[in-house]
Design a protein around this ligand. Structure first.
Ligand code: NAP
Length: 277
């Protein structure tokens, strides 16, 4: 497994997403993933599966300290006391003594980021959280989080896949030593049938999904957290570290999303951007 090293954190470049994976199946997925070699698991208070993720972690034949575990504080818990309480509740549900990374799940227009990050820093001092970061933060929101934080903001977890441009944010992350964690890296399944990705994959004996993931993890500071449920998808998604895309292929995938269209779409308020891109 390759890693991104930022702000003292060593984050496995490929992790397991667990959104919409709940119930006993979630514990089984997490256990299987860890047994297959995954060492990075992503959950959140809002996913309603922290206890099942914890069960999977406990059942796997892997030491806790070898797994990079992320959870996220939900938007209604961003006030200081709520951060402190809800993070402890997350640890209880996960049945762990610490999480490797605690993220602010979404920015909040009325809760100052300084208050939230201050509480998260206190959790770090107590040893309950190793690193802190954010999610769904724009470049300017990330800049502000970095400015008010005593310690490093190690990640911004955002929507990123071959049909979604994040060049500006990624450049900012590289400059500021922040990992860009790509969520929905398979565009929620939409990249699977992409002909251009499949054509590139044919050269390497890889699927379109694997090319999409390779394209992400081959970029500096980028981590990808595909969600998969069964063993076949889990195995397929992990198997992206034995080939490299050429510079021309990297660029071709990047270019398939015309720059102007991307930039215009990125200007549309997020509430109106419900159509998958
Ligand atoms: P995704 O990973 O882009 O796509 C998941 C879908 O792709 C599932 O339907 C999965 O099916 C399918 N799939 C996985 N591997 C495949 C393969 N090799 N071939 C064909 N299909 C495959 O979508 P996502 O769940 O939205 O994003 C991933 C993770 O990012 C989430 O689980 C969550 O941890 C995180 N996330 C974070 C935020 C945030 O606000 N921070 C928002 C969204 C997501 P199966 O389940 O049947 O395998």
């Amino acid at each position: 497994m390759e890693h991104v090293e930022v702000g003292g954190a060593r984050i496995p470049k490929l992790g397991l997403g667990t959104w919409q994976n709940t119930g006993p199946g979630c514990a089984e997925t997490v256990r299987t993933a860890l047994d297959l070699g995954y060492r990075h698991i992503d959950t959140a208070q809002a996913y309603d599966n922290e206890s099942k993720v914890g069960e999977g972690l406990a059942a796997a034949d892997v030491d806790r300290e070898d797994v990079f575990l992320t959870t996220k504080v939900w938007r209604s818990n961003l006030r200081r006391e709520d951060v402190l309480r809800s993070a402890r509740e997350s640890l209880d549900r996960l049945d762990v003594e610490y999480v490797d990374l605690l993220l602010v799940h979404w920015p909040h227009p009325r809760v100052p980021i300084e208050e939230t990050v201050g509480a998260m820093t206190d959790l770090q001092s107590e040893g309950l959280v190793t690193h802190i970061g954010v999610s769904n933060f724009t470049r300017s929101q990330l800049r502000e989080a970095i400015r008010v934080s005593e310690g490093p903001i190690v990640a911004d977890q955002v929507l990123y896949h071959p049909l979604k441009d994040q060049s500006d944010l990624r450049a900012f992350c590289v400059e500021n030593d922040v990992a860009l964690t790509a969520y929905s890296p398979l565009a929620h399944g939409a990249v699977i049938d992409d002909e251009r990705l499949a054509e590139i994959g044919d050269r390497y004996g890889k699927t379109a999904a694997q090319v999409a993931l390779r394209w992400l993890v081959q970029q500096e500071h980028v981590v990808a957290i595909p969600k998969a449920t069964g063993r076949d998808h889990l195995e397929e998604n992990l198997d992206v570290f034995d080939f490299s895309l050429t510079d021309a292929e990297m660029q071709r995938i990047h270019d398939r999303n015309p720059g102007l269209e991307r930039r215009l779409r990125n200007l549309v308020p997020s509430i109106m951007r419900r159509v998958p891109i």
